[in-house]
Design a protein. Structure first.
Length: 370
């Protein structure tokens, strides 16, 4: 609560800082900027990873995200997350977001390769079309996550899979189906199961990736001709109105109708306009990985970080901290953010607002436990 009051004070103090940045306000924001980042790392143990220790105690990130490279067994991942939480406490830090993609099926980091029981994909659950079964599977997966010390599942996928040729959502079994009403019902059941297990969730990928013919992991994806917002926004509109949504993850898709210049992750019209103003979402917005080809290959990491925050995103996901040249991606992003604040490209009140939403989500982790 003390951190929330500090951030509220910063927000009130920023005033017209966008026109003439106040060095005092910027200095007050500086210690908190690492909280804008959710970062992945290499290794399977804290004591063997200087990179991870630096992220936790020097960069002071809001959270870490685990991938298959970080998980070898149930015991190992529990030891890792326990060590991470203890290290954060020793640094005088707030509770940490520990996130993972655990959708089920092929996108399941706690998978069979690490000795975990195989899980049902969204497509499996949608084909069975039993909402109780969907909730039960989510409860089971959620219990695995809690036991592993993970408190945030980056799912469910609410992309409506109406394009059978879509390679990254439909092709991988990540959509509950082509009917937006059934997608909504299964997502609600899935979120209920996760919530019962004490795990936070994030709807993805806003405003919709199910229509694309390309994969944004690999490069630029244009859905201008295939997007159908009257279908794809139904899950978001419904679940936001029911106040069931912990967070929403953006898609790196470009839709000229929404924004003629930027993909959704970097689009003020899409995040602040469509998601916040039109759909009324007040919670945390997290980007998809900024190192994916659709973003890093066209904008560069630093510029993308600045554009995403200015567009209305609150938390920047960087899936791998180590850049090809050995530098830190997290530090690269923070350098760009600091420079943008200093030059007036980013408003301090926008950053304070983002930090406030990050703290609100993090406080829930602290109340609910590991």
């Amino acid at each position: 609560m003390r951190r929330r009051l500090l951030l509220a004070t910063l927000l009130l103090a920023t005033g017209c800082a966008m026109l003439r940045p106040d060095p005092v306000v910027l200095a007050r924001l500086e210690p908190h900027l690492g909280r804008l980042l959710l970062v992945g790392f290499s290794g399977t143990a804290l004591d063997a990873s200087e990179e991870l220790d630096r992220l936790l105690c020097d960069v002071r990130v809001a959270g870490i995200v685990l991938f298959g490279r970080n998980i070898t067994s149930a015991q190992q991942v529990r030891e890792l997350t326990t060590a991470v939480r203890h290290r954060v406490q020793s640094c005088g830090r707030a509770p940490l977001l520990i996130a993972v993609d655990a959708e089920g099926g092929r996108v399941m980091r706690l998978g069979a390769q690490a000795g975990f029981t195989p899980s049902l994909s969204h497509r499996d659950l949608g084909d069975e079309n039993d909402f109780a079964a969907t909730e039960l599977e989510a409860r089971r997966i959620g219990a695995l996550l809690r036991e592993a010390g993970i408190n945030w599942n980056l799912g469910p996928v609410v992309d409506v899979g109406y394009n059978p040729a879509n390679p990254v959502i439909v092709g991988l079994g990540r959509s509950f189906g082509a009917n937006p009403l059934l997608v909504t019902e299964h997502a609600r059941a899935w979120m209920s199961g996760m919530r019962a297990a004490g795990v936070l969730t994030a709807l993805k990928h806003f405003p919709g990736h199910g229509s694309s013919f390309d994969d944004s992991h690999l490069g630029f994806v244009d859905v201008t001709a295939t997007a159908r917002p009257e279908i794809e926004l139904i899950p978001y509109r419904t679940l936001i109105a029911e106040e069931l949504v912990d967070a929403i993850m953006t898609a790196h898709v470009f839709n000229r109708t929404l924004d003629p210049e930027h993909p959704a992750t970097l689009s003020h019209a899409t995040i602040t306009g469509l998601l916040r103003r039109d759909l009324g979402f007040r919670g945390l917005v997290v980007t998809d990985d900024l190192r994916m080809g659709a973003i890093d290959g066209h904008y560069g990491l630093g510029e993308a970080a600045v554009l995403a925050l200015d567009a209305g995103a609150d938390l920047l996901l960087i899936a791998e901290d180590r850049l090809p040249d050995g530098r830190s991606a997290a530090l690269t992003a923070l350098t760009a953010i600091r420079e943008a604040l200093r030059r007036g490209r980013l408003a301090p009140e926008r950053i304070a607002q983002a930090l406030g939403r990050v703290e609100a989500l993090t406080e829930r982790v602290g109340r609910e436990g590991p």
